[in-house]
Design a protein around this ligand. Sequence first.
Ligand code: PMV
Length: 326
Amino acid sequence: MAVATACANIALVKYWGKRDASLNTPAAGSLSLTLDRLRTWTEVLREPGLSEDVLEIDGKAVTGRPVERISRFADLVRGPAGDQTRVRVRSHNTFPTAAGLASSASAFAALAVATSDAFGQSLDPRALSILARRGSGSAARSIFGGFAVMHEGSAADGSDAFAEPMQGSTIELCAAVAVAKAEEKKVGSTDGMELTKTTSPFHQAWIDCVNRDLPVAQDLLRSGDIMALAELVEGNCLAMHANAMAARPGILYFRPSTLWALEEVRTMRAEGIPVFFTIDAGPHVVAFTPPEHLGTVAKRLAGHPEVQDVLTSGPGEAAHAAESMP
Ligand code: PMV
């Protein structure tokens, strides 16, 4: 039996588009902050008696697509290990699952660590990042704590598409996540990326935008220019959503509370609070701000009837093995 834990991450320069869907390599790099509050715990048990892999999330048996996904993922470890034993995977999230809250990032990062451990494969962080990427592109970044940068790579086998820690930031960021009242997300990131790539007239412009933003965002984190970083991160997020909205049919993740929170963040910034937003494939708004402003930002973001909760978080640690489930 092996247990691991990993934190989700939220991208400042976003990933939206695959180079090779079968290897899950991204068309461009990305930059994220791993968050302590959004965490997955996963236990992987090799069970010779099982004829199929089993998945339990928060004590409930799960069937269908999620199980197929973890089965395909486990095969990536079973193959090289020469051991076809089925697994029982038990997983627990400390935050609402799906609905665009980055749960696949922490889930596949934790699964990469726990599955490789369970099959006696000792992988270094780069190999774990490559493995986690096969489950979910953003999971490659959750292998690392703090800021992480994903390289899109160019190798046909995906061997140079991995994340690494980004060193040297002089800006310390926390996050307030305004969780919107919403059902599970309607268009998942894989389907959304594919539809955008094949039908949006803006897709190449978006990829070019990421290639320009990625080095500048790292320079701004190092130089400490938080107001310039704010403009860049918000612009990158809105460009990603503009691209998704321009797909046919258009993909629209925003809810009324999403737009309200964007305005609220910009109002706070106009008042002098260094805070800026981003949005993943869902209606929730993530506001990044230094620790001394986190309380104020969280309180302000709670002021809409469709915001059901505001989660606050500092930077998270790297994915790692653990003794037991919490
Ligand atoms: O890792 P995936 O396939 O769930 O894609 C993540 C996509 C975004 O969250 C919208 C952006 C990102 O870079 O995390």
